[in-house]
Design a protein around this ligand. Structure first.
Ligand code: NZQ
Ligand code: ZN
Length: 388
């Protein structure tokens, strides 16, 4: 296990009715916020009204940035930064999923930055300070509510890039599982696939000795395999929504990655799908993951797949090791296709083969992805072809 530093400063208020603490928590930092939300789900389900009530009760002045797209755009970030600068705003309050939260994070840093905020996406070392970020989470998926990452798209250049900064970690996150009852099946499934993928990206590592991280990862995987389909079928199942929500936060806040680093191969490949075709992040991951697994399975990696097959899927350990590995990959694929009803190939996501070369080059950033198995552009292209 490598040495590491682990610090996550987010105060999580988890459970029904935690919104009642929002105003008090925000007013510890500021009395003027920018509210950031998406295309209107928070108005339909009443979460917006609960937030406004809290702000008004606590005399917190608010401005608004609405219509943040899934795969949030740099244009929204720029708009938010302009509002914050013009009105000397002291904090950004996201209401929504990863898109609203990520947009809020870059706005928070852009507010204290002199240049164009896209520079902060291209070069995270420029993110040195920000105004505080608060979140009211409405979708279990990205873990953005408890980490310092943000992913922003620039559709004019077909770029979807991640950036990060310690100061972007939300100060307070309200995690009320009932707020996810209205998430449609499609996004419940995609969110579950995203949590699974974050966990896989950490679990399939070459760094030995992270026994504890691996067992925690398996617990998160099992949680998603168990509760994902329940949440899709019974959207108001509190236990399912609560477990998925807490799994989302812990899959990508550093707990699993510390001491057992990896390079996030499937995310690098998926971000190109979204950058070129604006697909739903979790769906892209679900299509690519089993194909990535098959591609990287070899004599050197098979033992890790055996560990996965036995510990997560309960496959009979007396079987031959490649049989266990392949069965585990088949089960993973079946889960995405049959239990979560996510399309099984890239075509069904509306992707054609026209840009595979360009996307593969961009995914490896002209070099390679040095993950569990190093992938060059030609490998990525083959995985896209296999997933097509
Ligand atoms: O826009 P509205 O109307 O709010 O509808 C949203 C949106 O259409 C809807 N939704 C959210 N909560 C709802 C709801 N509908 C009904 N009831 C609710 N309670 O769901 C749709 C998707 O929302 P979005 O925020 O886009 O989803 P998600 O949380 O999956 O975020 C995806 C973005 O996060 C990035 C992705 O790449 C993508 O851009 N990621 C961020 C990460 C991070 N910050 O650490 C890591 C991830 O790997 C990921 O890359
Ligand atoms: Zn993800």
């Amino acid at each position: 296990m490598y040495n590491f530093e682990f610090q996550v400063d987010t105060k999580v208020l988890f459970g029904k009715g935690q919104i009642n603490n929002l105003g008090k928590e925000v007013s510890n930092y500021t009395n003027r916020v920018l509210l950031v939300y998406g295309g209107g789900s928070v108005k339909k389900n009443g979460i917006y009204d609960s937030v406004i009530e809290q702000l008004e009760e606590n005399s917190i002045e608010y401005f608004e940035l609405a219509n943040v797209d899934p795969n949030p755009r740099i244009e929204s970030v720029r708009e938010g930064v302009d509002i914050c600068k013009e009105h000397s705003i002291g904090g950004v309050l996201a209401i929504g999923g990863g898109s609203s939260i990520d947009c809020s994070k870059v706005i928070s840093a852009g507010t204290l930055y002199d240049g164009d905020p896209w520079e902060l996406v291209l070069d995270s070392s420029l993110i040195k300070e920000s105004i505080p970020v608060f979140t009211v989470l409405t979708l279990a998926a990205t873990g953005s509510e408890m980490n310092g990452n943000a992913v922003i798209s620039n559709m004019s250049t077909n770029e979807k890039l991640g950036t990060r900064g310690k100061c972007l970690i939300p100060k307070v996150s309200i995690l009320d599982p009932t707020y996810t009852f209205t998430v449609p099946k499609k996004h419940t499934a995609a969110g579950t696939a995203d949590i699974l993928s974050h966990t896989f990206e950490n679990y399939f590592t070459n760094v030995n000795g992270g026994y504890l991280q691996a067992r925690m990862a398996e617990a998160i995987l099992k949680t998603c395999f168990y509760y994902g389909p329940i949440a899709c079928e019974k959207p108001n199942d509190y236990e399912a929504r609560a477990n998925l929500m807490w799994a989302s936060s812990w899959a990508i806040n550093g707990l699993l990655s510390q001491g057992a680093a990896n390079n996030w191969s499937v995310h690098a490949m998926e971000h190109e799908l979204s950058a070129f075709y604006d697909v739903t992040h979790g769906e892209g991951l679900a299509v690519l993951t089993p194909h990535w697994m098959r591609y990287v399975l070899n004599e050197r990696t098979v033992d890790k797949f055996v560990e996965y097959g036995i510990n997560v899927w309960g496959i009979d350990s007396s079987k031959e090791k490649f049989d266990i590995a392949n069965e585990a990959i088949d089960k993973t694929q079946e889960f995405f296709n049959k239990e979560l009803n996510i399309p099984g190939n890239l075509r069904e996501l509306g992707i054609d083969r026209e840009n595979f070369d360009k996307m593969a080059q961009k995914a490896v950033k002209g070099k390679s992805i040095k993950g569990f198995v190093e992938l060059k552009a030609e490998d990525v292209k083959k995985i896209y072809e296999n997933a097509f």
